[in-house]
Write a protein that binds this ligand. Structure first.
Ligand SMILES: Cc1cc2nc3c(=O)[nH]c(=O)nc-3n(C[C@H](O)[C@H](O)[C@H](O)COP(=O)(O)OP(=O)(O)OC[C@H]3O[C@@H](n4cnc5c(N)ncnc54)[C@H](O)[C@@H]3O)c2cc1C
Length: 400
């Protein structure tokens, strides 16, 4: 049974305290990435402090839809696609471990994704059929199969559908809470309501973090501050991460639950226990404005009703927004930075929930000197030689 996620995570140091805290590793940011990495490192015997401005999961990680979906948008194979597949495969065991360690059910469900289009002409198969050749499960669905998968709900105007059987979902807020709680059980100290002001550099080496409550000294430091990863403008290099707003709407269905995720070119609909559906998400470059707008909500609802017409009878539950940490090429930045002792685990953009387990594993390998693979495709060094205007290679998207 689902249980309520705890809300009392994290310790708050006394105001005015300037005694330095010491740790093997200090992580800035208590989102899914910071918490997953802290837990992993503590499991390997390291002393870890997480510095979190608000509370664990306060930002994008709790706003996310929770899709674990490397396939449903992959137009070609790449290092990023492989990373996503590898990470998706880690989530089932993670969910079990986290439940055993914390009692928090993270809502992992390998329910698959039905990807649909209103367009004629077989575009979906042209875009995604290559995956079948690569041995991945992706199947063409006829109208009867699509109706069966959606409890008879899918629009009769849909012309083509593909089912990605191995795609899954998780409750991202619960996942982040479970990771934070598990990390604390493993000895991680989470400093909630503590802001990192800058990284402490001595002789070009990062030795810790200056916070609004005093210094945190550490042998190694990780910037996992999501969309705010560039918060220290005094660094001798730029962290190329910017915010992309995503709005989401929760609706309550009338009648039976939706058995699978259903996605069109304009919206995805994610089933939640108890008859809810999440409709997401807008993609907006509006800086750090984390607001819900009428246009965002109206567009999502219109796209949702076009895909599943009986959603017009659903009730509105709530709407929210979050800021995705985006990089110029939309791949994450993982591994060492140009400053010794400072590592980066950020820029996960639309896939931070999916990529959290593999990020934790790879960064922990890098920090403990046991990395056995090449992180070059995800290194910050990839941005050094490329002009800014040539960086965006991804096709334009209207939702994400
Ligand atoms: C609407 C929406 C839908 C999404 N859907 C999906 C999905 O279906 N699947 C998926 O895989 N991904 C999805 N994502 C993307 C995913 O949410 C992000 O990639 C992921 O949460 C990034 O995690 P993070 O820990 O890097 O960032 P965050 O969760 O934003 O965490 C960063 C943390 O750093 C803290 N912080 C920032 N600055 C400081 C500072 N100076 N000092 C201390 N703390 C600081 C913040 O308070 C925050 O808690 C979605 C995102 C949005 C917005």
């Amino acid at each position: 049974m689902e249980q309520n996620a705890p809300s009392d995570l994290g310790t708050r140091p006394e105001a005015g305290s300037s005694r330095a805290i010491r740790a093997d590793v200090a992580i800035v940011g208590g989102g899914v990435i910071g918490c997953a990495l802290a837990r992993e490192l503590a499991g390997r015997g390291l002393e870890v402090v997480v510095i979190e401005r608000e509370h664990p999961g306060a930002e994008a990680s709790s706003a996310a839809a929770g899709l674990l979906a490397p396939q449903a948008e992959a137009l070609r194979s790449s290092a990023f696609f492989e990373l996503g597949l590898e990470s998706r495969a880690l989530h089932a065991a993670w969910a079990e471990e986290l439940f055993a360690e914390t009692g928090i059910a993270v809502g992992y469900r390998p329910c698959g994704i039905l990807r649909c289009t209103f367009a004629d002409g077989g575009r979906l198969w042209r875009d995604f059929g290559w995956q079948a050749g690569a041995g991945l499960p992706v199947a063409v669905e006829d109208g009867a199969a699509m109706a069966a998968r959606t409890g008879g709900r899918v629009s009769g105007r849909i012309r083509e559908g593909l089912f990605f059987r191995d795609e899954a979902i998780v409750d991202s807020a619960r996942l982040t809470q479970a990771l934070a709680r598990s990390a604390e059980r493993r000895g991680v100290r989470i400093l909630s309501e503590v802001s990192a002001r800058r990284f402490l550099l001595r002789e070009h080496v990062c030795r810790g973090v200056e916070t609004d409550r005093g210094p945190v000294e550490a042998d190694q430091v990780v910037d996992a501050a999501g969309a705010w990863a560039g918060f220290d403008s005094g660094l001798p290099f730029e962290v190329p991460v910017h915010p992309v707003r995503g709005q989401m709407v929760e609706l309550r269905l009338v009648g039976r639950d939706l058995p699978t995720v259903v996605q069109s070119d304009d919206v995805y609909l994610v089933p939640r226990p108890g008859g809810s559906v999440l409709a997401g998400a807008t993609l907006e470059r509006v800086g750090f404005r984390n607001e819900v707008t009428l246009r965002g909500v109206a567009d999502l609802i219109a796209a949702a009703v076009a895909l599943l017409p009986d959603l017009a009878e659903a009730t509105f539950v709530r709407a929210w927004a979050g800021l995705r940490p985006a990089t110029p090429d939309e791949w994450p930045i993982l591994g060492p930075s140009p400053v010794a002792g400072l590592f980066l685990a950020t820029g996960h953009y639309r896939n931070g929930i999916l990529l959290a387990p593999i990020t934790a594993r790879l960064l922990a390998d890098a920090l403990t000197g046991s990395l056995s693979r090449d992180l070059a495709p995800f290194s910050i060094a990839r941005f050094e030689s490329r002009p800014a205007e040539s960086l965006s290679t991804a096709p334009p998207q209207v939702f994400g």
